[in-house]
Design a protein around this ligand. Structure first.
Ligand code: UD2
Length: 311
């Protein structure tokens, strides 16, 4: 069994990743500064004696290296980040500190403590407005936000460090992740989390545009499993892979599934399309299939039903 360091452990993707690692019998040191992470996300993990939680800021020089030095670490899963595209536009300096500089510190920790493997939370945002679908990893990378640029820069920082200092790096380009524990707080939160809250509160949801825009919605359970594979398969060489389903779902389809579960809900409201919104986003899942042997298993209807059933 491996010992894994998870940054951003109390976040949406982080906490599911920690739960998956513990279920698979690994021991985990989780780090979070609780800027966007939440203690309650870790309520299951904290009951395990295989889990250690440390409140620390990965953007603080030396913090990750100090923690990694406490015991031999088989892999780092680096998920801590400024997660909002809008916030990266409002505060590019903070984006650089939390999404670029922090990644460099993680790469340095791996070098200093000879951690053999780093898994990084990258994003489909590195592709920008790609129109040639499905988007392959080799597609042109033209980020259109400081957030997307930081994710692309971080991939390069980690891959360069890994090649020079002899550790494997897996960059996981997540598409539209949804599921339990996703925070619906901001108008720019993931659409599924916003819809979930609105239907629960008996309020109408708003679709921006005609609702025919499509996304590759991938369940956080699948994403956590992809992270576990990338962190624990020691034969895996460095590389980059989309973490997606390869299936396009329109917003109208998402709203229809919710409406089936909430037959008395108010009808969907429509508003003008958001400026900068891309119409279609769809990932090519083949590299993850071939290299990670990962295939997303949760169909959108199943994933939404699970979310809706939660108390
Ligand atoms: C996702 C990422 C973003 C960035 C981008 C790259 C999330 C939350 N956002 O943006 O960080 O990586 O991909 O392409 O994962 N919508 C509504 N009603 C609402 C909320 C949203 O109609 O109440 C629409 C929205 O206009 C868009 C679609 O739903 O057409 C998906 O919106 P999103 O914010 O969940 O994700 P996306 O793909 O725009």
């Amino acid at each position: 069994m491996a010992h894994i360091f998870v940054s951003g452990a109390a976040g949406f993707i982080g906490s599911h990743t920690v739960d998956g690692l513990l279920r698979a019998g690994h021991s985990v040191t989780g780090v979070d500064n609780f800027r966007s992470g939440r203690h309650e996300n870790l309520s299951a993990a904290l009951a395990s004696d295989q889990f250690t939680l440390i409140e620390a800021d990965v953007a603080e020089p030396g913090a990750v290296a100090e923690i990694c030095g406490r015991q031999p670490t088989d892999a780092i899963i680096h998920l801590a980040a400024l997660v909002s595209v809008q916030e990266s536009i409002a505060n590019p300096e903070l984006n650089h500190a939390l999404n670029v500089r922090a990644t460099h510190l993680v790469a340095e920790a791996a070098r200093l403590h000879r951690v053999p493997r780093v898994v990084f939370a990258s994003s489909a945002a590195v592709y920008g407005n790609a129109t040639d679908l499905p988007i392959r990893e080799s597609a042109e990378k033209k980020p259109i936000s400081p957030y997307g640029a930081a994710k692309l820069a971080s991939e390069a920082l980690l891959l360069g460090h890994g090649a020079a200092f002899g550790f494997a790096v897996r960059c996981q380009r997540y598409f539209n992740v949804y599921g339990p524990r996703q925070d619906p707080a901001s108008p720019y939160s993931g659409v599924v989390s916003i819809f979930d809250r609105r239907y629960r509160e008996g309020k109408p949801v708003t679709i921006y545009g005609d609702g025919r825009q499509t996304r590759d919605f991938v369940s956080v359970h699948d994403v956590a499993r992809a992270n576990l594979i990338a962190a624990t398969q020691s034969s895996l060489a460095s590389g980059v892979a989309n973490i997606c389903t390869g299936c396009a779902t329109s917003l109208l389809e998402v709203a229809t599934i919710f409406a089936q579960h909430y037959p008395k809900a108010a009808p969907v409201a429509h508003a003008a399309g958001r400026s900068g919104d891309i119409i279609h986003s769809l990932g090519a899942p083949e590299i993850a299939r071939a290299e990670l042997r990962f295939r997303a298993e949760v169909a959108i209807a199943t994933g939404l039903a699970e979310l809706i059933r939660l108390p």
